[in-house]
Design a protein around this ligand. Structure first.
Ligand code: PCA
Length: 196
């Protein structure tokens, strides 16, 4: 069955001038394995990121939402298993906010599991020879905030919600900062979308 997939990437944040997530998401095809792909750039801002995605989703009515973020230091593509109800920022977001020890959704459950097939995605991406593995923590910054807010919103509905962290872009000759080539990240995300 042809599915409508909404996939998002973030604006650069912190010290960075590019964000691997949007660089890769923006290069995805509009049709992947029969699925219809809508791409959305979102701000790295607590709360606002989820509002933007929900606004787009109200219009599109997607079957699944896959959010993608950059995880500095990681060397693998990592579908996230769990979102937690916590904001603990170690740096300011792009609106200058740095929440600490706050819930994403007051009164909400402590955590939600992803509602996209994360294990199947890992298998398919690894089969293509790309370094990929499950992650059991999306952190407590804007990525987790968005993942939790969307899972909370769509709990009990038919809309799948998942989050995939990707490494920084590999800069030629830079072996100090772990990264992955852009084409490899694009390939991994295409396979993930195909799996849905
Ligand atoms: N990564 C951050 C937020 C935006 C992004 O690309 C995170 O992991 O929370």
């Amino acid at each position: 069955m042809r599915k409508k997939i909404l996939i998002t990437g973030f604006e650069p944040f912190g010290q960075d001038t590019v964000n691997a997530s949007w660089e890769a998401v923006s290069r995805l095809e509009d049709r992947i394995g029969g699925n219809e792909v809508t791409k959305l750039l979102i701000p790295t801002v607590f709360g606002t990121a989820a509002e933007k995605v929900l606004e787009a989703a109200r219009e599109l009515q997607p079957d699944a939402i896959v959010c993608v973020g950059q995880a500095g230091g990681r060397t693998m593509v990592t579908p996230e298993v769990v979102a937690i109800n916590l904001r603990d920022a170690s740096i300011e977001d792009n609106a200058g906010r740095k929440p600490w020890d706050e819930p994403v959704a007051p009164g909400g459950p402590a955590a939600y599991f992803a509602s996209i097939p994360v294990r199947k995605i890992v298998d398919e991406v690894k089969k293509a020879g790309i370094s990929c593995g499950l992650s059991y923590s999306a952190g407590a910054y804007v990525c987790n905030d968005l993942f939790y807010a969307l899972r909370h919103h769509y709990e009990g509905s038919g809309t799948g919600v998942g989050f995939i962290h990707v490494p920084c872009l590999a800069e030629p000759g830079d072996d100090k900062r772990p990264g992955m080539p852009l084409e490899t990240i694009v390939h991994a995300l295409s396979l993930a979308v195909e799996t849905l």
